[in-house]
Design a protein around this ligand. Structure first.
Ligand code: SF4
Length: 188
């Protein structure tokens, strides 16, 4: 499978989100990265400016990475869904099905050793892809900050930074989890 180009992604009409987006955003970062972060979808600002992780939840992600001394130059960061979700609604299963081939291509091209899905939907997709156990939405919190191994890949689910915008009590715990992530990277 070959990696898609930004132009190919920008002209994608595989799902109705193509009608409401301004830009379809590919991942950004180090193409030789050992670790890939997978968020849910671009936010409104990212959609307008055609830049990844520049909105409020992106700012939280940058702060957590900095606090844990994880160098962003060593990462590849992307989204499960490449187009903005209107009013930040939840993604539909049909949209995940239509768009996940792009994430699959990114994983195949970059071949990271550690996948870090952020939030329920990205984690659910990665667990399905690597035939890990299925879980209900209410069970997702039990997976956060735990390490799973499948196909020689380490999978470390974390909370989506957007959650921390309105649940600030989870921030401390996220700092601990990002510090643990740094230790996992150091063992690689
Ligand atoms: S969300 Fe994905 S599948 Fe849907 S139009 Fe955007 S790039 Fe294409």
């Amino acid at each position: 499978m070959n990696m898609f180009t930004k132009e190919e992604l920008q002209s994608c009409t595989r799902c109705p989100l193509s009608q409401s987006r301004t830009h379809a955003l590919a991942g950004e970062g180090n193409m030789n990265a050992d670790m890939m972060l997978i968020a849910q979808a671009p936010g409104e600002l990212e959609d307008k400016k055609n830049r990844m992780f520049i909105g409020p939840s992106g700012n939280i992600l940058h702060a957590l990475l900095e606090e844990a001394n994880i160098n962003e130059d060593d990462l590849y960061m992307t989204n499960l869904i490449k187009c903005v979700l209107p009013k930040n609604r939840r993604p539909k299963q049909s949209e995940i099905k239509a768009c996940s081939m792009y994430l699959d291509m990114e994983i195949e091209e970059i071949a990271p050793k550690i996948l870090v899905p952020l939030g329920y939907y990205a984690t659910k997709y990665i667990f399905e892809k690597y035939s890990l156990h299925q879980f209900a939405r209410s069970e997702f919190t039990e997976l956060i900050g735990k390490l799973f191994v499948a196909d020689n890949m380490q999978i470390f689910p974390l909370s989506h930074p957007a959650l921390l915008l309105y649940r600030k009590e989870f921030y401390k715990n996220s700092v601990v989890n990002f510090n643990n992530l740094r230790k996992i990277i150091a063992k690689k």
